[in-house]
Design a protein around this ligand. Structure first.
Ligand SMILES: [Zn+2]
Ligand SMILES: [Zn+2]
Length: 283
């Protein structure tokens, strides 16, 4: 079976281990046909991120050129053994798309796809933006409580989808607020928000990532959970797989089981990207 991992990081993003080459070599060893490199796009130009330790989260603006030239060099070096695809994982932060675009527009011609993510929430109550999936902000998570965090998160995903200025191809780790195994108290209102978000995805041109990193976290389950994947299938929302590996040992983590699960749900193809153009891969 052809395995493709669309979500990997490297030491360049300051919180992962292994060089880009380590990831590519491991992916070849695992007989993957494609590896997507998608280090975090810089945060440093964003406003209202005083509390965010962004130097731990992403490459810096100064490092982008090195990242892309290394990725392109390795893509060519290993082209007979594996497809290397070059990307960024980009955070959506409301009302800051124009600043982001000033920076990312310079590099888009290098990219095969853009992964859109939300790690930061801002309740505009004076506490500022915080990173709900970083254990260092667990006090903020507890302060707001899981229902508020989930609701604000899905509303932010909807803003990301509805933004005319945020350009991306794939939604990463769709139900990330469950990472620490915090389950909503009011499941009904959160589920309604999930369904509302899926309807917007359906109308958009965006692909959903099935991200296996949740299996390695407290929640012990891929993002998104199976019931959501079933709804996605009913809505005909296309998918691909990402391990979110921050260490080469996690490349394609649990992919065989995930493919079994999505096939059982009914999916018979995954999406492949090249230069932001989609094709289908049969499974
Ligand atoms: Zn992420
Ligand atoms: Zn990631």
């Amino acid at each position: 079976m052809k395995l493709e991992d669309w979500h990997t990081h490297s030491a360049l993003c300051h919180h992962a281990v292994g060089s880009i080459e380590d990831y590519i070599r491991k992916a070849i060893e695992l007989e993957l046909t494609t590896i997507g490199l998608c280090d975090h796009f810089p945060f440093e130009f964003l406003k209202n991120i005083e509390r965010i330790p962004y130097e731990d989260y992403a490459i810096t603006l100064d490092e982008i050129k090195d990242y892309l030239s290394m990725a392109e060099y390795l893509k060519d070096k290993y082209k007979k053994e594996i497809n290397v695809r070059i990307a960024f994982e980009v955070d959506f932060v409301e009302n800051q798309e124009s600043t982001l675009n000033i920076h990312i527009c310079k590099y888009k011609h290098h990219l095969d796809y853009i992964l859109g993510s939300i790690h930061l929430l801002n309740f505009h109550d004076g506490r500022g933006a915080w990173a709900f999936d970083d254990s260092r902000f667990k006090n903020d998570y507890n302060y707001y409580g899981s229902d508020k965090v989930y609701m604000e998160y899905y509303k932010t995903v909807q803003k990301m989808l509805n933004s005319n200025d945020f350009d991306f191809d794939i939604i990463a780790h769709f139900d990330l607020p469950k990472k620490f195994n915090d389950i909503p108290n009011n499941k009904e209102i959160v589920n309604n928000e999930v369904m509302k978000t899926l309807d917007i995805i359906k109308k958009s041109n965006v692909v959903m990532e099935i991200n296996s990193s949740g299996l390695r976290k407290d929640v012990k389950e891929q993002y998104p959970r199976k019931e959501i994947i079933q709804e996605m299938y009913n809505l005909d929302i296309p998918i691909l797989l990402g391990s979110d590996a921050h260490d080469p040992i996690y490349i394609a983590w649990e992919f065989e089981n995930i493919i079994k699960m999505v096939k059982k749900i009914g999916y018979n193809h995954l999406i492949h990207f090249e230069k932001r153009h989609k094709t289908y891969l049969e499974i």
